[in-house]
Design a protein around this ligand. Structure first.
Ligand SMILES: Cc1cc2nc3c(=O)[nH]c(=O)nc-3n(C[C@H](O)[C@H](O)[C@H](O)COP(=O)(O)OP(=O)(O)OC[C@H]3O[C@@H](n4cnc5c(N)ncnc54)[C@H](O)[C@@H]3O)c2cc1C
Length: 481
């Protein structure tokens, strides 16, 4: 009797180093690849992610077709879609790579139970993390809440010699299975707002490996310094590819280490590589935290922040979202996000601090906006980033550390290249004033064509005032320690 297996793809849209796919091809005579578009709870994919997913699915369908298989696309509940399909195909095995977010874990557990009850064997794998969250624990058996001990504990245990190559071919079952088209999922926006995103990204496995190659060849060596300068983009820009599983962390780990073969421990290349791999470690940590504290996407890890006196101010929130705060480094970041679906990490920290400390608007509002506008929106990384910036999460920056956006701009964008790119109305301002146009003399503003409150806003809030207000808000919850 020939064996039929189903492989369920989710955020693992790649052929290489995909353990579920490799196992199915090895175990089964016939393999059906399927993607089920599930109606999610409150964290359904945002607009930019949906755009990415559309293109990633198109690319992945093409890759599977070259191997002889068709990606079946379905829409609905994971378990209820899979169960009838296994009986229609007489499939005896179902394969998937494990999910670690609260929704995915729940759905997978239910589906596994139901499939096993009908005699179907479920085989699941880890293809998206270097270490599964439940396997990294403190001496007392609990989860980590601080990055350094977490990373000390697990980074030395990473030993990757090789990765699974893509299968040479896939033999699909003979039965014709009904499928939607990628377009039927209606993931692309009805009004085309994505031209800026389209111009800078290539979703899909090929785009991901090309991006990694360019990063290693052209940027890796200088990453330790370059990663702090937003105008140079000397970072890997792999985040959306990693989120959608178009490349896996094991592949990244191996490629980075291979690039360092022959380099001494003290070489610039090795130092930069270690700093880069530590960032992959932050991704691991974020998934660890969300796995063990599954309500943190909505609730601060530090309970006292539940009663923090956040302000509600729709006008100021909108100004932040649209990059109209009057602080150039904040505005440049928010416009980069809006136009390209991505923002440099250094600037993410600055804009998040500005929202939660200068404007005293809740990190929820920020994480929701990022969720909708980032192509790399990732529940674990986004939650950790926002809770870090607002002081209420794991290994967070203390709330009393309040970035001064003027000084942050001068430090990380000294000649204003980044600001000039995203805020062209400030382009002609001399570097001395580029991060503080409200302090510039009238004649300087005039000759640069800047009219405050006319073509560029006055600061939404005064820094010194905002600082005192934020610290007072912090004081009000201190007694709840
Ligand atoms: C407020 C805030 C929100 C964020 N939201 C997200 C998000 O939704 N999705 C997301 O992928 N990252 C998020 N980050 C983390 C970080 O900003 C991005 O991962 C990074 O900017 C992506 O660019 P890159 O791929 O060039 O990063 P690189 O510097 O090249 O780093 C390589 C990879 O390491 C991982 N990484 C790097 N920094 C972090 C970090 N601080 N936390 C977790 N993983 C990290 C990412 O997977 C990244 O692709 C957020 C950070 C902040 C401060």
């Amino acid at each position: 009797m020939k064996t039929v297996g189903i492989v369920c793809f989710r955020n693992d849209l790649r052929l290489a180093d995909n353990l579920a796919l490799a196992a199915a091809v090895q175990d089964c005579d016939f393999v059906l690849p399927i993607f089920i578009w599930e109606a999610k709870d409150s964290w359904a994919e945002g607009g930019a992610s949906r755009w990415w997913l559309h293109h990633s699915l198109c690319e992945f369908s093409r890759s599977l077709k070259e191997l002889g298989a068709k990606l079946i696309i379905a829409k609905g509940n994971f378990k209820s879609t899979l169960l009838p399909l296994t009986s229609e195909l007489k499939a005896t095995r179902v394969y998937w790579n494990r999910r670690y977010d609260p929704f995915g874990r729940r759905e997978d557990a239910e589906a596994e139970k139901a499939l096993q009850a009908t005699g179907v064997l479920v085989k699941s794998f880890n293809s998206s993390l270097l270490h599964e969250p439940h396997l990294v624990l403190t001496k007392s058996g609990g989860p980590f809440k601080v990055f350094t001990p977490f990373w000390n504990n697990c980074s030395t245990r990473i030993d990757i010699e090789d990765i699974k190559r893509p299968p040479r071919s896939i033999t699909p079952p003979e039965a014709a299975i009904a499928s939607l088209s990628v377009g039927d999922l209606a993931l692309e926006p009805k009004i085309d707002w994505a031209s800026g995103i389209r111009a800078v990204w290539s979703p899909g496995e090929k785009g991901a490996s090309e991006q990694l190659e360019v990063f290693i060849d052209e940027m890796l060596e200088h990453y330790q310094y370059g990663r702090d300068i937003p105008s140079t983009d000397q970072v890997s820009r792999l985040s959306p590819h990693l989120h959608f599983g178009e490349i896996g962390p094991r592949q990244v780990w191996l490629a980075i280490n291979k690039a360092c073969v022959g380099a001494s421990k003290s070489s610039e290349l090795r130092k930069s590589a270690d700093i880069y791999l530590k960032e992959i470690g932050w991704r691991e940590f974020a998934h660890h935290v969300l796995f063990h504290f599954s309500d943190t996407a909505d609730t601060p890890l530090h309970a006292k922040f539940k009663s923090f006196p956040w302000r509600k101010d729709d006008m100021q929130l909108k100004a932040w979202q649209k990059g109209q705060t009057g602080y150039p480094i904040v505005d440049a970041g928010m416009r980069q996000l809006w136009q390209t679906g991505w923002m440099h990490n250094r600037v993410r920290m600055i804009v998040a601090s500005f929202l939660t400390k200068h404007l005293l608007i809740s990190w929820h509002e920020g994480s929701r906006w990022f969720w909708d506008t980032l192509v790399d929106a990732d529940l674990a990384n986004n939650t950790l980033g926002w809770q870090w910036a607002s002081g209420c999460g794991a290994d967070a920056a203390p709330y009393f550390r309040i970035f001064n956006p003027e000084l942050q701009g001068e430090k990380f964008d000294p000649d204003g290249t980044y600001v000039r790119r995203w805020c062209p109305e400030l382009n002609k301002l001399p570097s001395k004033w580029i991060h503080k146009p409200w302090k510039a003399p009238k004649d300087v503003l005039e000759s640069a064509g800047v009219e405050l409150a006319v073509n560029y806003p006055e600061p939404l809030v005064d820094h010194a005032f905002a600082r005192v207000r934020a610290l007072a808000a912090l004081d009000s919850i201190k007694s709840r320690d």
